[in-house]
Design a binder for this molecule. Structure first.
Ligand code: F6R
Length: 612
């Protein structure tokens, strides 16, 4: 989704804004722009369709932008095609205010009609421009920018994170938020706003997160925050311990490849705070043993890859905890009138903690009394703040749009949680518990083993990169794993792929198999290996070209039957997807590379989906 940055300090804002915008490029966008203000030159704006590099080019062809306060934006088009005019910042008709916006103003047509009837002229097709024009309209009337801001916010329906610059007050930026993420960064003699923390960690690690209804006024050495009634608000600040270099490519061709290789470390860091002396401990959780014993059901809600983690979680939690587990897409769950109550545990999973569908679903269940435990990667994010309990994965900043290390850390976190609940409920045998703990301890090294030799995946990619459709098949955990493998492939390589429960093939899907159809058969789930083998034979009999994935000790049995084989080490069966996902990520990555795709920023996709 759109990225927002803002800076006010002692030095020129433009270079800092550009640098921060580059750090937000990973979110996916189609145009970029900045606005800077100073007393002599007033508001200066440059914006264009394309990447920040194009914006930089434009800036070299004009007089330098001077001013120590500014706002910047990367746009992900919703209203109006991506072009120079629709790019942000949007400036009001008399040039008194400039606005950057993330979100959607739902009543913009209504406001636009009102302003048109008052003689205001519009330059763009966007919903955002109405905010700039309405602000100037009220400002002309009251001559107090804060009064005007509050009058505007009163009339907006929808979601917004706003950065506002005003020619009359060149010493400040103003920010406002409702249902779209926005944070404040506290630097040495300077202040920032940003839609996510990666934009500011090169300058400061101390941030606070704006809440719905809040308005912030940032000047060089001071930040004031007010609530919707204009009462001052005391903000809690958070320290972000992410390393700046973690948000840089560090010699890798793509962030995605770097993040795939960071998985052993990310998983190790996620496991270690909770695993001590052979025991999983979640001491900080507010749920009591009585509550865990009285649990009626567990509902997992998430989107995309986080939902796929939930699919694996359903199998593993039911196996360990012995309570019914449902897993739902957050975008569906929120409109389904869910049957949840006080003895239901909701587990919400999100890398960003800013996915609007997940946040809305969580608000729905909270209003029905359910306890919400979130698994989140970004400290202090919106989802974390509205949950009863939060478990942070320690993947570090994930920059590539296609998730890899966040997925792996979510998986181990969910498994550890299941194991912890199971121990409390007495639903796991002690030797099984010990076996899983031992397997968890060994997991990072086994993941590294898979990553130590990537030549094989490059070779396989060279064999398959020109296919136009691919099927993933598997049973139980392999089916859930196939969903993730298929998503990885389609989102970055644009090859159409689907994942099917292998047992379902004969109920319809098998009619799609013809001579040469590529089928990726997942056979890592030991209890159903023979059935997986039968499914391989079934598709081969219809002409499929089969690439299989299995564990090292079963490779022999499969090799006789398939064209190509990928193997991973053996681990406890509930952890097997943590190893199985790596070959699928690498295969997708190298196929996309051979097809010349923009791997880190796939078309039409955004990293953090903050609109419905
Ligand atoms: C796919 C991917 C997305 C996200 C989904 C949820 O590679 O990254 O499917 O998993 O948009 O995002 P979070 O986890 O931030 O809620």
């Amino acid at each position: 989704m759109c990225g927002i940055v803002g800076f006010v300090g002692a030095e020129d804002a433009a270079p800092i804004l550009l640098d921060s915008l580059e750090r937000l490029e990973y979110r996916g966008y189609d145009s970029a722009g900045i606005a800077v203000v100073d007393r002599e030159s007033g508001l200066q704006v440059e914006k264009c369709k394309g990447y920040v590099s194009e914006l930089r080019g434009r800036l070299t062809q004009r007089a330098p932008m001077t001013g120590c306060a500014g706002i910047g934006h990367t746009r992900w088009a919703t209203h109006g095609e991506p072009n120079d005019i629709n790019s942000h910042p949007h400036v009001s008709q008399n040039g008194r205010v400039a606005i950057v916006h993330n979100g959607i103003i739902e009543n913009y047509i209504h406001i636009k009609e009102f302003l048109l009837s008052r003689g205001v002229t519009f330059a763009s097709d966007t919903d955002t421009e109405v905010v700039a024009q309405l602000l100037e309209y009220f400002f002309n009337d009251c001559d107090d920018i804060m009064d005007a801001v509050y009058q505007v916010l009163d009339r907006l329906e929808g979601a917004y994170a706003l950065g506002i610059l005003c020619a009359d007050t060149p010493d400040r930026i103003i920010a406002a938020r409702k249902d779209a993420p926005l944070l404040i960064g506290y630097g040495e003699g300077c202040s920032f706003i940003a839609s996510d923390v990666t934009a500011v960690i090169a300058h400061t690690r101390t941030v606070s997160y704006m809440e719905d209804g809040e308005v912030a006024v940032l000047t060089r050495g001071r930040v004031e925050v007010f609530d919707e009634y204009r009462r001052p608000v005391e903000k809690t600040s958070h320290y972000v311990d992410w390393d700046v270099s973690a948000a840089e490519k560090g010699g890798y061709a793509h962030f995605m490849l770097k993040e795939i290789h960071e998985q052993p470390q990310a998983v190790r860091s996620t496991i270690s705070p909770y695993l001590r002396d052979g025991k999983i401990r979640f001491d900080g959780l507010s749920v009591s043993t009585d509550y865990i014993n009285g649990l009626r059901d567990i509902h997992i809600i998430a989107c995309g890859s986080s939902y796929h983690v939930g699919m694996i979680g359903k199998y593993n939690l039911e196996r360990l905890v012995r309570v019914p587990v449902s897993v739902s897409l957050a975008s569906e769950f929120q409109y389904s009138d869910p049957l949840v109550g006080r003895d239901s545990l909701i587990i919400a999973i999100s890398q960003s903690g800013e996915t609007l569908d997940t946040i809305t679903a969580v608000k729905t269940v909270r209003s029905r009394g359910a306890h919400v435990l979130s698994i989140v990667n970004v400290v202090g994010s919106s989802l974390a703040r509205i949950s009863d309990d939060v478990l942070y994965t320690r993947a570090g900043p994930e920059i590539a749009v296609a998730t890899t290390k966040a997925y792996s850390t979510q998986l181990v976190m969910l498994n550890m949680l299941g194991l912890y609940f199971a121990e409390q409920r007495g639903s796991v045998a002690p030797d099984e518990y010990a076996a899983i703990v031992t397997a968890l301890e060994a997991l990072p090294a086994q993941m590294q083993q898979v990553l130590d030799d990537t030549d094989e995946y490059q070779y396989l990619a060279s064999q398959y990169f020109n296919r136009e459709r691919v099927f993933y098949i598997g049973r139980n955990l392999d089916y859930a794993l196939g969903l993730e493998g298929s998503l990885k492939l389609k989102e970055i390589s644009y090859i159409h792929s689907e994942s099917y429960a292998a047992g379902e093939l004969k109920h319809g899907t098998i009619s799609l198999i013809e001579d040469g159809t590529l089928v990726i058969a997942l056979a890592t789930y030991a209890p159903l290996f023979e059935k997986a083998l039968a499914n391989v034979r079934e598709v081969q009999a219809r002409g499929a070209d089969v690439l299989a994935l299995t564990t090292a000790d079963r490779a022999g049995a499969l090799l006789e039957n398939v064209h190509n084989l990928m193997t991973v080490p053996d681990t406890h069966l509930i952890l097997q997807p943590n190893l199985g996902v790596i070959p699928l990520q690498l295969l997708a990555y190298y196929i996309a590379l051979q097809r010349g795709c923009d791997i880190d920023k796939p078309r039409n996709l955004a990293k953090s989906v903050t609109v419905e």
